[in-house]
Ligand binder design. Structure first.
Ligand SMILES: C[S@@+](CC[C@H](N)C(=O)[O-])C[C@H]1O[C@@H](n2cnc3c(N)ncnc32)[C@H](O)[C@@H]1O
Length: 244
């Protein structure tokens, strides 16, 4: 084999090995996240399923989302046990839910059988281009790495119809909290607090127009999921964005 061909083969092998390594890391990461949520799903459901009863602003924003969607269903991304989708349904929205954790999906289907719930990853949604009127992603982008966030926003944009709305809820801050144990269950979760300016810039770069950013105080430990004594006492913000 001539020297140039040998060098090309070597380069190709190197690129393939790097791609396989990247894919394996990606699979390991998401299967770990999925396992963690599978383990805590029942407890999460017990603690969180009724939370919207105590969150007036969140209800108001969801109600408004349901009222303003003109065509196409709302996709509840990272739906957990499905209470956000269920609330949207009670506002007469056409809604379906997607979550990484099969156990969450099982619970969501059992608790609200009139809504369709599917297992899936927000980085590669099995949803047709431009088919959704809106996306509600409540506290589900909090586990994405800084490299994955823009990919998720691109994926949201792909499935939204032009003019569709993205309603995001997240925890504001700078730190990443690692949890090995939650409510007595072994987990491996990185909870990333997010800086609003960066999120807004990324949304702009993806082609969203940020119409509104609302910040609220935490509703307190009795109401909201917390990762640690101090972390979730930070403020939450809801962003509402529209593709122009
Ligand atoms: C903190 S819970 C929020 C659940 C629900 N949206 C709520 O407001 O209570 C995060 C959820 O996002 C899901 N999730 C995390 N990463 C995901 C991904 N890449 N794709 C789809 N779902 C994901 C988890 O399985 C979990 O159910």
């Amino acid at each position: 084999m001539c020297r140039t061909a040998a060098a090309t083969c070597e380069n190709l092998r190197f690129v393939l090995a790097a791609a396989l390594q990247y894919r394996q890391r990606h699979l390991d990461r998401f299967s770990e996240l999925q396992d963690s949520y599978d383990r805590i799903a029942d407890e999460y459901c017990k603690r969180i399923f009724d939370e919207l009863a105590h969150k007036p602003l969140d209800r108001q924003l969801l109600q408004r989302l349901a009222n303003t969607v003109k065509s196409g269903p709302i996709c509840d991304v990272g739906c957990g046990p499905g209470h956000v989708a269920r609330f949207l349904k009670s506002c007469e929205a056409d809604v379906f839910g997607i979550d990484l954790s099969p156990r969450m999906i099982e619970l969501a289907r059992r608790l609200t059988p009139e809504i369709q719930f599917f297992q899936g990853n927000m980085l590669s949604l099995e949803v047709a281009d431009g088919s959704c009127g809106a996306i509600a992603a409540f506290y589900s982008i909090i586990h994405l790495t800084p490299e994955e966030l823009p990919k998720a926003f691109l994926e949201f944009k792909r499935v939204l119809r032009p003019g569709g709305t993205l309603l995001l809820a997240l925890h504001v801050g700078k730190e990443t909290v690692h949890e090995d144990e939650l409510w007595g269950y072994q987990v491996s979760l990185d909870l990333r607090f997010l800086e609003l300016r960066e999120i807004e810039e990324q949304l702009h770069a993806t082609g969203f127009r940020v119409r509104e950013t609302i910040e609220r105080e935490t509703y307190g430990e009795d109401v909201e999921y917390r990762a640690g004594a101090h972390t979730f006492s930070l403020r939450n913000r809801n962003l509402e964005d529209e593709i122009t």
